[in-house]
Design a protein around this ligand. Structure first.
Ligand code: URA
Length: 242
């Protein structure tokens, strides 16, 4: 495990903002392996050290998780020379080199995007075997039809010879505005499903991933760490223990 700055480690553990952590350090309230550390830029290996803040020991977290409300214009990559990577939306204390996006959203797609540092969780959440539901709000050039609902539900639709799993299409009062739930994540899947029906997606936003919904108060471009119960729900949906 690499060495990390004290303010970053404590920020990830929810101790406070960078400013608050610097204040705690200056006040002599932080110890690492029993040594008072007044410089919040101090570098150490958090996995191997005992950290105390005001006499309280902190439990080191092995993996990290955030949710983003991705705006259009960002690429789902952690470092991409051909566009602005979604990690540019994270604040400085949440910058890490080991973030992995949980499934890709196209550059023009908006909505819920999870990032984690746990590779096994990522693998299971995105592998079709685990059938994790992804829900999209979709705007269409032409109205969706009851036949679209039936074809998507039947599991008979194929993309380039590959059969798709059954998907649920919900048509609202305006049939140009629908919601689609898919349980796999093929390249451009939603756009290609509607293209296969002779239609065209004009706007796409992911509104839920497995048990997690895009919170209405998470503005486009904003992010927040997952809450403990959200992390537990994600692990639970793919049969993993925390
Ligand atoms: N399906 C698509 O076509 N694009 C996305 O970004 C996500 C799902």
């Amino acid at each position: 495990m690499a060495k990390e700055r004290l303010d970053k480690v404590l920020g990830h553990l929810g101790v406070g903002t960078r400013k608050e952590i610097h204040k705690l350090a200056r006040a002599g309230l932080i110890t690492v392996d029993g040594q008072v550390i007044t410089d919040a830029a101090f570098k150490f290996d958090p996995a191997l050290s005992r950290i105390e803040v005001a006499g309280e020991a902190l439990v080191y977290q092995t993996f990290f998780y955030v949710m983003l409300n991705k705006p259009a214009g960002y690429v789902t990559s952690t470092r991409d020379p051909h566009g602005i990577p979604i990690t540019a939306l994270l604040s400085e204390e949440w910058q890490r080199s080991d973030w992995m996006p949980v499934g890709r959203l196209d550059k023009d797609t908006e909505g819920l995007l999870l990032l984690t540092t746990d590779g096994e969780l990522l693998h299971r959440l995105t592998h079709p075997r685990w059938k994790v539901a992804k829900r999209y709000y979709v705007e269409l050039a032409a109205p969706a039809t009851p036949e679209d609902v039936a074809v998507f539900a039947s599991g008979t639709l194929e993309l380039e010879g590959e059969p798709l799993q059954p998907a649920e299409l919900f048509i609202g009062p305006d049939p140009h505005k629908v919601e689609l739930v898919i349980r796999e994540g093929k390249f451009h899947q939603v756009k290609r499903m509607f293209a296969a029906r002779g239609n065209q997606v004009t706007y796409l936003k992911r509104v839920a991933f497995g048990p997690l919904k895009l919170p209405p108060n998470l503005e486009p471009g904003a992010f927040r760490p997952l809450h403990p119960e959200e992390i537990a729900a994600l692990y639970g949906v793919v049969g993993m223990q925390l």
